[in-house]
Ligand binder design. Structure first.
Ligand SMILES: C[S@@+](CC[C@H](N)C(=O)[O-])C[C@H]1O[C@@H](n2cnc3c(N)ncnc32)[C@H](O)[C@@H]1O
Length: 349
């Protein structure tokens, strides 16, 4: 193989080259590369194999395995993984994932693995409620840990370090297992869970591409070793890309009030938790100031009428949160409240 061909093919599989589109690779290998036409064809084919890990070659066949955790968001079958093993960023980035039932492929986009149902769709696009879309903005993602989140302290949130410690206390019985930080935002807690060394893997999951990019930037700045067991995954809370009974711990910091359907989300969380698995979440309790008239019991039915045209957050009373956990099959409900801050927990029986 000519050296330029080898170099071009190698660069396609390196972590830092971040999967250049096939057309770009072809352009890079065009006339200006100085290669002869047959050599260019070999180089483009080699690059294409590196870009599509499911392209079968004899030497790569051994790298195919059923994934330990990831499942198809369409049918929940475990995904087949092709690439280096491990739940760290470089290994996941260099792997391709495929559902053998739906024949749908999933790859890393930028820095995260996209496991939404819409992953790879070209024509269809979908708008979520404003409380979800808001956090997809690059500006909000940038500002989130630079002042936005700190504002929650005024409502009683104890702050990152104390909330982390409180959550760790709830997770004691599942230490050593797989933790998913759902709706992780910029990963302020995912990074702490990962560097605590208390879990075999930490999956930072969010619907916002920009929050996940921001999380990646913080990981780089903090010089968290890239081979730390931390994965970045884009997914919808109502369609978690995990098999049933496969996850030990789920954390959802300040997120339930942003979800399109909290009941579908908690049902999903309950589905994926292993027996004995623990769910811990924080949110703002509904108060007369943040929910206005709707916080008064007698006026709650009005929320059904006005809710659809009101794009603001969904705040709940403690009774509603407990009801939600219980009706989704979680037991041992417990909570800690400080002004309108609540941390609550439930367990999969
Ligand atoms: C207020 S932030 C919370 C971030 C972080 N967990 C914390 O404790 O500060 C809410 C997060 O929920 C995410 N979110 C909203 N709708 C979602 C959905 N349908 N699926 C997954 N995440 C969603 C947003 O992208 C945002 O990052």
């Amino acid at each position: 193989m000519e050296p330029a061909v080898r170099a071009a093919a190698a660069s396609c599989s390196s972590y830092s080259s971040l999967h250049p589109p096939r057309a770009l690779v072809a352009r890079r290998l065009g006339r200006s590369s100085g290669l002869s036409l047959p050599a260019r064809r070999v180089a483009v084919a080699a690059a294409a194999i590196a870009l599509d890990p499911f392209q079968e070659t004899k030497s790569e066949q051994n790298d195919t395995s059923e994934t330990e955790v990831f499942a198809c968001p369409v049918c929940y079958e475990p995904l087949i993984r092709k690439g280096p093993p491990g739940m760290n960023l470089p290994a996941i980035y260099r792997s391709g994932f495929k559902c053998s039932k739906c024949n749908k492929s999933f790859t890393s986009k930028d820095v995260f693995l996209d496991l939404t149902v819409t992953s790879g769709m070209k024509e269809y696009s979908e708008l979520k409620p404003a409380r979800t879309e808001l956090f997809r903005s690059p500006l909000v993602s940038y500002l989130y840990e630079r002042g936005w989140r700190q504002n929650f302290n005024r409502s009683g949130f104890p702050g990152r370090d104390e909330e982390f410690q409180m959550a760790q206390d709830y997770f004691q019985s599942v230490a050593g297992g797989i933790l998913v930080d759902v709706s992780c935002g910029s990963g302020l807690f995912s990074r702490k869970f990962a560097s605590s060394g208390a879990y075999s893997s930490v999956i930072a999951l969010d619907f916002s591409e920009n929050m996940l990019r921001q999380c990646y930037d913080y990981i780089k700045q903090e010089e968290t070793p890239m081979n730390t067991n931390l994965a970045l995954v884009r997914a919808d809370i109502s369609r978690l890309p995990f098999a049933s009974c496969s996850i030990d711990a789920i954390h959802a910091g300040a997120a339930i009030h942003c979800w399109p359907s909290p009941s579908n989300a908690i049902a999903e969380i309950s589905r994926v938790l292993k027996p004995g698995g623990v769910f811990v979440a924080t949110t703002f309790l509904s108060t007369p100031t943040n929910s206005g008239l709707f916080s008064i019991d007698a006026l709650k039915p009005l929320r059904q009428i006005v809710g659809p045209v009101n794009s603001s957050y969904n705040f709940f009373t403690e009774g509603e949160l407990e009801d939600l956990c219980r009706s989704c099959g979680l037991v041992n409900y417990s909570s800690k409240v400080q002004r309108s801050f609540i941390m609550f927990s439930g367990q999969k029986p």
